[in-house]
Design a protein. Structure first.
Length: 466
């Protein structure tokens, strides 16, 4: 709200003389003896002057912003004298209770999930005779485990390709294809065996342990056989190629199927293939075993319980953040309303000054407007008399009463009640300001008490969630 000032536009006498052609009309009227010597009513030009001045008064009253000033005073008075912050506190309290109920409902749901997953973990530990917590690997540790597997795969493919490129038909591409298949069996399958089969050896259930040993009894001979077969195949294939013996080339695959019968003929390179394959297979099994918690299923239930606990703790913290945020927002709203009321009080005081000035300005304006109107009439009459051949009417010497209300108190009756002295205005302004500050302080104390009660209740509620 801003200060409203009443303004009364001054009457432009010279412009009115030109607009109404007063000098020419005065001469013309005089040539016809108008108005008559014994006339008691105005001539048309005098009537036009009277109408022009009266119209200026009406327009001035219509556009002086009186209604805006009244509205501003009424709004400012209503705000500065408002019934404190009771409505705000009531609304904020309802909003806080609604938020608290929603937070508790959401927290209760997550707590049920957290308890379920935690109980499941405890049951799993008891059922499997586990005392220590699961050894869970971080994302970075898992990345390096995968990196090791991938690095060994690339290394074995490159080494096997270089060692077999001269011993396998198809050249480099044939050697690369065979090396890729063997490396995949050695590395990827060994990693999966270490991840899925070997952990069963640690299981509390005998059936799981037997299943793990059965898997190893099948896989270990297989991986040894494949690597020895590859080494023997390289030696036999290389010799057959060097001897250009077609018969031997045809028997290479058949003889490689029984690698242990031909180990004595193996070259150093072929033995290198066997050693690299078996060593990398062992590393891949170990890497797969310790990729995460060794005990089967323990990592999954531990992670689920940890995630549920993290979600639950996060939601508990979020509840405090929401409540404190709501408290800060409530304090901000109370403060903003206090500022609005203080500004309204200032606006009220400023507009009281406007009323005081308006009453003085209006009375001066009415006096000036009446004087300007009579000056125009005298201007016309003086000019008319100078050109007349007959005596002027008697009323030419009388001033005209435009019947304007000269008393501002009667003219602005709705504002007269607030046309008070500066001393009274200052007293009312100071008193209203003290009331505003006092109600604000009381509201802040009351609001924070309500919030603290809710927060204390929330803390007690969290203690019960164990």
């Amino acid at each position: 709200m801003s200060k409203i000032t009443l303004s009364f536009k001054a009457f432009d006498v010279p412009n009115c003389i030109k607009e109404l052609n007063i000098d020419r009309n005065a001469r013309t009227d005089a040539s016809y003896g108008t108005p008559d010597t014994d006339a008691q009513v105005f001539s048309s030009t005098e009537i036009a002057i009277q109408h022009k001045v009266s119209q200026h008064y009406s327009d001035g009253m219509l556009h002086c912003d009186k209604s805006l000033l009244e509205e501003s005073l009424q709004n400012a008075a209503s705000l500065r004298q408002a019934d404190g912050h009771e409505g705000q506190i009531s609304s904020l309290k309802i909003s806080l209770i609604t938020l608290y109920a929603a937070t508790k409902a959401k927290l209760s749901t997550y707590y049920s999930k957290y308890r379920r997953d935690r109980d499941h973990l405890e049951f799993f530990k008891k059922d499997n005779n586990l005392v220590t917590g699961a050894v869970l690997r971080s994302t970075q540790q898992k990345f390096w485990s995968i990196f090791i597997v991938f690095g060994m795969f690339l290394f074995e493919v490159s080494v096997n390709t270089s060692l077999m490129s001269g011993a396998v038909s198809g050249g480099v591409f044939g050697a690369l294809a065979l090396a890729g298949v063997i490396a995949f069996l050695n590395i990827a399958s060994s990693f999966m065996v270490g991840r899925l089969v070997v952990p069963n050896l640690y299981h509390v259930k005998k059936s799981k342990v037997r299943l793990g040993w059965l898997g190893l009894c099948f896989y270990v001979p297989l991986i040894i056989y494949i690597n020895f077969a590859l080494g023997v195949f390289r030696t036999l294939s290389e010799r057959a190629t060097q001897a250009f013996n077609r018969e031997e080339l045809q028997n290479v695959a058949l003889e490689s199927a029984w690698p242990f019968d031909n180990l004595a003929t193996n070259t150093l390179d072929s033995n290198g293939l066997i050693i690299i394959g078996i060593v990398f297979a062992i590393i891949a099994i170990i890497d797969g075993l310790y990729f995460d918690e060794v005990y089967p299923g323990y990592a999954k239930v531990s992670k689920t319980a940890a995630e549920s606990e993290e979600e639950f703790n996060s939601l508990k913290a979020e509840g405090f953040e929401l409540l404190y945020s709501k408290q800060n927002l409530g304090n901000k709203q109370i403060t903003e309303f206090k500022n609005v009321r203080e500004n309204a009080n200032k606006t009220w005081a400023n507009n009281i000054d406007s009323v005081q000035a308006a009453f003085v300005d209006y009375e001066d304006w009415v006096v000036g407007l009446s004087k300007a109107g009579n000056n125009l009439l005298q201007h016309y009459r003086s000019s008319n008399k100078s050109y007349r051949s007959s005596p002027a009417p008697a009323y030419f010497s009388d001033p005209f009463d435009f019947s304007f209300e000269t008393d501002a108190t009667r003219r602005f009756h709705s504002l007269s009640a607030v046309n008070i002295s500066d001393k009274e205005k200052d007293e009312k302004f100071s008193s209203a300001n003290q009331i505003i500050i006092g109600e604000y302080n009381q509201a802040i104390v009351e609001l924070n008490r309500i919030y603290q009660e809710i927060i204390d209740e929330y803390q007690l509620y969290l203690k019960d969630l164990k």
